[in-house]
Design a protein around this ligand. Structure first.
Ligand SMILES: Cc1ncc(C[n+]2csc(CCOP(=O)(O)OP(=O)(O)O)c2C)c(N)n1
Ligand SMILES: [Mg+2]
Length: 374
């Protein structure tokens, strides 16, 4: 696919040589020498400490495992409404959010479980929300698509495609109005990038010099419509040109690349107090939502297999093996640990009570009394 090729930003794939793999297996986990070697590796242009690489890995694994369980919740009838998983896109959120500063507002669309976990929201509370439990992050009234935590500067979780882009610009306006230096991180998809509201939002952001990064997560598909069928110019970041907003396309499958680009872009926005538009290329491994059972309607098995080679978790694992940051056994332990952690969260959430019926009228912006009807 032409768009996919365009999306594969010219960067070297990380494929460890046999020799390096053997070296990785021969070294012990946690040694100072090994960590230093990892820092000096040319691919690790950020010189990330080994501990940090392990943290990114665990975070991505936590999302992947959590998503498997959220699908289970939906399919076994424990989660109502609808549900969309983030598999394949973990490199984007982990790489980007590792660079945000505490207090920076973050807002996203409905494929939102990953951001919540990265920002430190308790997986039990997130799963409880997905299952409509009273202890859920939105008190069980939002569900999968409406996670929210002002405490973590996470302003949702929104289901109307494109609609929240205006709210993201509103968050950046609030920062400017109050005289702060926070940067708003506004995530949306390639489908949302066709909504008119985004263009009104970009115009205002540029006109008023608002510190917001428009983060287009281009997974090259909107439900079942492929990028080349819905975008006149598949390099969607070019659209920011008309609003006098700086823009670029980056690779979203390698968490370290995302982080490197994010650090540079966020720093630039904080300094210039001007908006920026970044298009991050990724791939959605699963269907659109939990009820999408036939991906063959819009893409082939071969295409999925190819994309699997760029799996952000796999790429980081290969890199860590190559540099000796982890050995195979360490990786297995992480997956096992995380699986146990998330299974516990799932069970805990499933055992929780649902909200009381009268709570349905709380936090609703209307003065209509339900008992009087309308
Ligand atoms: C205004 C509006 N129109 C249509 C829909 C139905 N809808 C839900 S998701 C979606 C596709 C969005 O795709 P994209 O922005 O690429 O996000 P992704 O699912 O890839 O994360 C559509 C059309 C909606 N929720 N809101
Ligand atoms: Mg999309």
């Amino acid at each position: 696919m032409e768009a996919a090729q365009a999306g594969a930003v010219e960067r070297k794939q990380i494929t460890p040589s046999k020799e390096k793999k053997e070296h990785a297996l021969a070294t012990r986990s946690g040694s100072k020498r090994r960590q230093e070697a990892a820092r000096r590796k040319p691919g690790n242009s950020l010189m990330e400490p080994a501990e940090t690489l392990r943290d990114y890995h665990r975070l991505m694994v936590r999302i992947r495992v959590f998503e498997g369980l959220s699908m289970r919740a939906f399919r076994s009838g424990l989660a109502g409404g609808y549900l969309h998983v983030y598999n394949g896109m973990e490199g984007t959120a982990v790489g980007w959010l590792s660079c945000v500063r505490e207090g920076d507002p973050i807002i996203a669309a409905y494929r939102d479980h990953g951001y919540a976990l990265i920002l430190g929201m308790d997986p039990v509370d997130v799963m409880a929300e997905i299952m409509g439990r009273a202890r859920g992050v939105s008190r069980g009234k939002g569900g999968s698509m409406h996670l929210y935590s002002a405490e973590h500067s996470f302003y949702g979780g929104w289901a109307i495609v494109g609609g929240h882009t205006a709210m993201g610009v509103g968050l950046a306006f609030a920062t400017k109005y109050r005289g702060g230096d926070e940067v708003t991180h506004l995530f949306f998809g390639d489908g949302a990038a066709n909504a008119g509201v985004l263009y009104e939002s970009m115009n205002m952001a540029s006109l008023w010099d608002l510190p917001v990064v428009f983060i287009l997560e281009n997974n090259e598909i909107a439900m079942g419509t492929r990028l080349e069928y819905h975008a006149a110019d598949t390099h969607m970041h070019n659209r920011a040109e008309g609003f006098n907003i700086e823009h670029e396309r980056i690779d979203g499958m390698n968490v370290l690349h995302v982080r490197k680009d994010a650090l540079r872009i966020i720093d630039h926005v904080r300094k210039t107090q001007r908006p920026y538009f970044v298009e991050i290329m990724s791939f959605r491994f699963e269907g659109h939502g939990a009820a999408d059972h036939d991906r063959s309607l819009y893409r082939s098995k071969e295409e999925e297999k190819e994309a699997g080679k760029r799996d952000p978790i796999l790429l980081l694992e290969q890199y860590m093996l190559e540099t000796g940051v982890m050995i195979e056994g360490d990786i297995k332990v992480v997956w096992k640990d995380v699986e146990q952690e998330m299974e516990r969260a799932y069970k805990e959430a499933a055992d929780m009570p649902k909200p009381e019926p009268h709570e349905v009228y709380e936090n609703v912006y209307t003065d209509i009394l339900p008992e009087e009807g309308h």
